[in-house]
Design a protein around this ligand. Sequence first.
Ligand SMILES: Cc1ncc(COP(=O)(O)O)c(C=O)c1O
Length: 483
Amino acid sequence: MTRYQYLADLLAQRIEQGLYQAGERLPSVRQLSCEHGVSISTVQQAYYLLEERQLIIPQPRSGYFVAPQKATPPVPAMTRPAQRPVEITQWDAVSQLLDLRQEKDTLLLGNGSPDLSQPTLKPLWKAISRIAQQQDEQMLGYDVLHGRPELREQIARLMIDSGCQLTTDEVLVTTGCHEALMIAIRAVCQPGDIVAVESPSFYGIMQTLRGFGIKVIEIPTDSSTGISLEALELAFEQWPVKAVMVVPNCNNPLGFIMPEERKRALLRLVQRFDAAIIEDDVYGELTFDYPRPITIKSLDHDGRVVLCSSFSKTLAPGLRLGWIVPGRYFDRAVHMKYMATGSTTTLTQLAVADFIRQGHYQPHLRRMRNFYQRNLKILTCLVRKHFPCDICVTRPQGSFMLWVELPETVDTHQLEQQMRKEKIQIAVGSLFSASGKYRNCLRLSYSLPCSEKTERALAFLGAEVERAMKMDYHNIEPLAITD
Ligand SMILES: Cc1ncc(COP(=O)(O)O)c(C=O)c1O
């Protein structure tokens, strides 16, 4: 990021936080240049950028003023899915989204990958090459089924922050969180079982359930507090629900952190109906506020919570390194791990264990939390600027996903076709529902800083949304005049 972009982001953040109010005069170019130790032209470029984003207005011979702001859109209301067991659909759409990830020149607005260009990842590259250069034959052999003890020890230590007191022996290393989820589902459920999920819910969870012939009940979910416990209780009373799968910390796609008392109440409810919880904590360390929130696993005294996580979002998905803490399902989980992949790649396990042991992990996390929080502020400003007023947006408390609810009449599948022609990928809302709901919603990613290209893409997307709304208006049949 250049100096002027950095300065522009900083000023945008201050405007967003209300430190500079609409109509207020901003500091002069000279003042800012002294304050930040940058040249006059850097400040001027930063101001031009903010002017382009319509956050500030120049007044000849008076300086720059904060532009009037559109109100921040409200948060989406509690979702209302059909609460009965359904077969999971949407695989073709998920597979298309994943294919687009590989297309060069496509701008990935709907991607779930973290930023991989940060300098705090350099020690990880060094660890990988140092270990590879040792040419130790162990690296090319099979690893132990449970994973390298060095890494399991580091994972158990990291989990102390989430309230979990674990021994190394309780942790199994997996090939990403995907494998952890797959092992968890197989260890807890049988084909034909029913599992309750948040609605909307990460499509990877649902497609894994589909692969094992499991039906889901989509439970209403609040974009600030998570799964509705009242609706879940009703589902337990009506159906033999075997497990509940949740992403309670920095939920994908809604971004909420479930409050601690609700985590406790969820566990009590699940205990009452003697079911299991599969908890996905893959974003738990990317909360904007520190210390990070606790996991439900940390409250679990009878081993019914299976915790799944990975380094895919905090470090890099290409490492394919995750873990599972299977509780009372440990023996079955070990068998499922053997069935799935047998063992995990040794080299990356040792490199990550070394990276954490040398103290590089926490500074990297600190940097990423600030980085994503800043990106979110800019993205929210841009959505406010380019999208029509009658939308709802979430207030993510961490990670890098924003959920946008458009008017009911807008079909994001049609928008997606338009965007694809422009080489822009978006994640349509129906991917996050077993039954294809949320066709009027989108998930936008802010893992990468907003470039000019991103802003152009958002402006195009916003204009398409507006067009779709007008088209629908014109499609309405004129009312028949009757006597
Ligand atoms: C909630 C959630 N769980 C699991 C995964 C998969 O993680 P991994 O790449 O470690 O398999 C993702 C990736 O997008 C995710 O968002």
